[in-house]
Each structure stands twice: as C-alpha cells, then as structure tokens.
Design a protein around this ligand. Structure first.
Ligand code: NAD
Length: 476
C-alpha cells in the first residue's frame, strides 16, 4: 500500500493529525493507498503559504508562469501510463477512459499555457477630455479548489492551470474517494522549481478541512466541482467574508430525439452519454424524450444496445464500464430505481444491482412509464439508469426538458436544421449537443444554469473566473 504526504509550501509533509484516509479500489475492494486526513491546522498552513507567495507570483509575467504549466504537461506525459493505471485503480475507471483523462489533462495545461500572451485588458473611451481609462485584469488572489471523485485528475487541472496562469496561488483539495492520482501529481510537481506556496495539495473531510478553507479570510475565491448540496453549504460558508464562488454542480441532462432523427445516431449518442464511466458524469444524459412515432423502435434499439454493454474489470480492454465508486453510490442508485418502480415505472432492461463477484456494479437500465414529476425524472441518478419518456409536440418537449432544477447540459437529435436552431434558442441549459454524445471541449465554456452552478470553467470565459478588473482614470 502506498502512503502519501500533503504538499504545503513547496514541501511534501505529513499531516500533524497523524490520521489517514484509506483509498479503496472499488473493483477489487483492496485498500491501495492512504493519504493524510488533514484538519483545520493543515488547511490554515496551506492557506498561509498560498497567501504569502501570491503577490510575488502575480508580479511575474504570464509567460513565465506558463512555463511551469508546460513543465506540468511534460511531467504528466512522461508518466502517462502509470498515472492512468493509478486512476483506473482508485476509481474503477476503464483503462481506456483513464488514459484519455490523463492525456487530456496534459493537453489542458498546455492549452492554458497558450493563453499567457492572449488575455489582455482594455482601453475605454472616457467622458472627459484628456483622460485615458485603462481596464486591467488582475488575479483574484488565493484560490481554494475543491474536487469531486469522478474526474479527479482532469478537474484538478481545470482549477490549477487557470489559477496559476493568471497569477493566483491555489490550495487544492481532492475528494477523499480519489486523492491518489492528485497526490502522485503533487510528488511530480515537488521536483519542479515552482516558487514555494503557490500550489498546495491537502486532503481531508469536506465538512471540516474543506469548511475551514472556505471560511478563511485568506481565501479570495472558492471553486468547487461537486454536488448541489456541497455548493449550497459553500455559498453559506462563504457569506461571512463575501468570498467569490465558482460552482460546477450536478445535472439532469435531457436528450431529445425528434421524429426525423437518424435513429442509430440517436441510440449511439444517448447510450454513450449514459454509460460513460458507469453513468457517473455530470453531463451524462439522465433522461430521454423520444417522439411518439419512433418511441417503440427507439426503446427497442436502445435496450438491445444497453444489453450488449459489457461491464467488468476496468483493465479488460473489452469492458465498457466498471464498478460504481462505492457501495453507497450503488445503494443510492438502487433505491432510486426501487422508488421509481413503486411509482409506476416499468423496467425494460436491467433495474437491479449486478451479480458480480467483486465491485459495486449496477446493470445498464432503461425505465419507461414514469411521470414527469417523478424523482427518477427530476433528480440526478449518477448511474447507468435512463428513464425514457414519449412526447408529441415540439413545445411540449421543450417545456418537459426545461422543467428541471438543474441546467447543465442537454442534447437534440434531429436532421432538421430549423429544429436544431429553435432547440438551441429554447433550451435553458449551459450546453446543448446536437446529434452527438455529451462531452465538452477545453476551449468551450462548461457552465451550469439554475442549480447546476455559478460561473464555469474552460476556454476564455473559464480563465476570466480567476481574474478581477481594476479601472484606472488617467488625466494627461
Ligand atoms: P460532493 O459534493 O460529495 O463532494 C465534492 C467535493 O466537495 C469533495 O472534495 C468534498 O469533500 C467537498 N465538500 C463537500 N462538502 C463540503 C463543504 N461543506 N465544504 C467544503 N467542501 C465540501 O460531490 P462528489 O460526490 O464528489 O461528486 C459528484 C457530484 O459532482 C455530482 O453531483 C456531479 O454531477 C458533480 N459534478 C459536477 C461537474 C460539473 O462540471 N458541473 C463535474 C463533475 C462532477
């Protein structure tokens, strides 16, 4: 079993708490590593280091800071196979997807390094003669990054890369379920000559260590990727110091299949969007609405495709998905399906925990016969379970899709360009995918509406989250 240290003020150190978080491989049930279970004192030490280093870091040039991002990308590439294996073990992610996540993360550091010479301020016309108004973009300051367990390596980079590039310092906390790949990265980063304190990795409970990070006066911004509940707690905790928050939370993405859709493209798009990483992805298709004229055919084809999905060992190249993250997640999914059945849903395929020797598997599941206001249609499942509902009219399906407390992603399947453009206009979601699976690009902007979040990540607009403006009025 591997043992890791925290990375605070440029040093790999133990938590003074001497307590540990043990990390289970969800597929085998084996404990593969332990990381320090840090407490409030660790949180404050990391924030102190981040705070003391930030001004000098911000005084360097963006292209100097980008140099470190490029080095991080190189370190990831040099260790890409080992990092992917670790990721696959710590969360039962199939090895192919784990490798994609590692490689994408390296590219992500390079991508934001490329922004060093691109982001800029503005010169604004003044109302007074002989006056220049200059708008500067300056780093927000000390950032706290809090990560979920589902894409732990990529989401780490989604916070670290823009923070460091813009001259912020950062304290990053991974999820207690999946801290291992992040701490492997911390070990790699400790080899760089990065100014001490600008990047810190600590681990511990969200409600104690995480809460201390959020409530501290030293914290200028909190960026959380996680559940709506954690987002709400963070909004409350950040109120005292009016700390900036950027929240990427849950989703309940609708996939709409119109009568004129290419049904095979729609089946593949919906399937891929539902079962990727065992359904544990924020932008997964969580409910499908299919025009009544093709409903029967679509359900039949999707059921056949779902039944053919092979789940099992994440290291088997033919496996499509593996175990849920833990028993609690498997139980949550099962209880939601049981309640859906009590409320009248019928199981087309799946509908129960999978009978496997190891792991916490759930069968690929299709449900029909639900009401729009039922829990399974309204709440995030985060598992390989898809409710499929019929619709008759365009206006009806748009209203059903928008009738949801979340607003992260959505998709449309149609061959009619007018329906595409109308759908994009009428859907109230941060992302809309057309005739494809739900999976965002790093140059886009991943941002949820309604309870799916505040602010967002990626691309130009994601970079702006880490910058604040200052306007100078200059008479000459
Ligand atoms: P979670 O909310 O349980 O935990 C996320 C992180 O927040 C963890 O590190 C946890 O320790 C920390 N945390 C929890 N409560 C806290 C508090 N009060 N103060 C400070 N930190 C706290 O979420 P999870 O189970 O790890 O991840 C799954 C959820 O994340 C799903 O709802 C999913 O949709 C969402 N998610 C969203 C996106 C997105 O981009 N919108 C991406 C990935 C996951």
């Amino acid at each position: 079993m591997k043992t890791f240290k925290q990375f605070i003020n440029g040093k790999l150190i133990d938590s003074h708490s001497k307590d540990w978080i043990e990390v289970e491989n969800p597929f085998t049930g084996e404990i593969i590593a332990r990381v320090p279970k840090g407490d409030a004192e660790d949180a404050l030490a990391a924030l102190d280091a981040a705070s003391k280093s930030q001004t000098a870091w911000a005084a360097t040039t963006a292209s100097f800071r980008a140099g470190y991002l490029k080095k991080m990308a190189e370190l990831i590439r040099a260790n890409r196979v080992e990092l992917a294996r670790t990721l696959a073990q710590e969360q039962a992610k199939i090895i192919g997807l784990a490798q994609v996540e590692i490689d994408f993360t390296a590219d992500y550091f390079d991508y934001y390094a490329g922004w060093a010479r691109i982001y800029e301020g503005e010169i604004i016309n003044s109302d007074r003669q002989n006056e220049n108004m200059l708008l500067f973009r300056k780093p927000v300051g000390v950032v706290v990054g809090i990560c979920p367990w589902n894409f732990p390596f990529f989401v780490m980079a989604r916070k670290v890369a823009p923070a460091l590039l813009t001259g912020c310092s950062i304290v990053l906390k991974p999820s207690s379920n999946t801290p291992v790949t992040t701490f492997e990265f911390a070990k790699l980063v400790s080899q760089l000559d990065l100014p001490k304190g600008v990047l810190n990795f600590i681990s511990g409970s969200g409600k104690t260590l995480g809460n201390t990070l959020v409530k501290s006066k030293l914290t200028d911004m909190v960026t959380l990727t996680g559940s709506v509940e954690a987002g709400q707690e963070i909004i409350t905790a950040s109120a005292e110091n009016v700390t900036k928050v950027s929240l990427e939370l849950g989703g309940k993405a609708p996939a709409i299949v119109f009568a004129d859709a290419d049904i095979d493209i729609a089946v593949k798009g919906v399937l891929d969007s539902r079962i990727i990483f065992s359904g544990q992805v924020c932008n997964c298709a969580e409910r499908a609405y299919v025009h009544k004229s093709i409903y029967g055919k679509f359900v039949e084809k999707l059921a056949a495709a779902m039944k053919a999905v092979k789940y099992g060992d994440p290291f088997d190249a033919t496996t499509v998905y593996s175990s849920q993250i833990d028993r609690a997640q498997q139980t949550k999914i099962d209880e939601m399906v049981v309640r859906a059945k009590v409320a009248g849903a019928q199981v087309v395929t799946g509908g129960k925990k999978a009978d496997t020797k190891t792991g916490y598997f759930y069968e690929p599941t299709i449900l029909v016969g639900m009401r729009q206001d039922s829990e399974i249609v309204q709440k995030e499942v985060f598992g390989p379970v898809l409710p499929v509902l019929p619709f008759s009219e365009y206006e009806e399906v748009i209203a059903l899709a928008n009738d949801c407390e979340y607003g992260l992603t959505s998709s449309i399947f149609t061959t009619n360009i007018n329906t595409v453009m109308r759908g994009i206009k009428d859907l109230k979601f941060g992302e809309t995918y057309v005739n494809r699976e739900h999976f965002e690009g790093m140059q886009g902007f991943h941002a949820g509406w309604r309870k799916s979040g505040i602010g967002g990540a990626d691309g130009k607009h994601g970079l702006m989250e880490y910058l604040q403006t200052q306007v100078a009025y200059i008479q000459f």
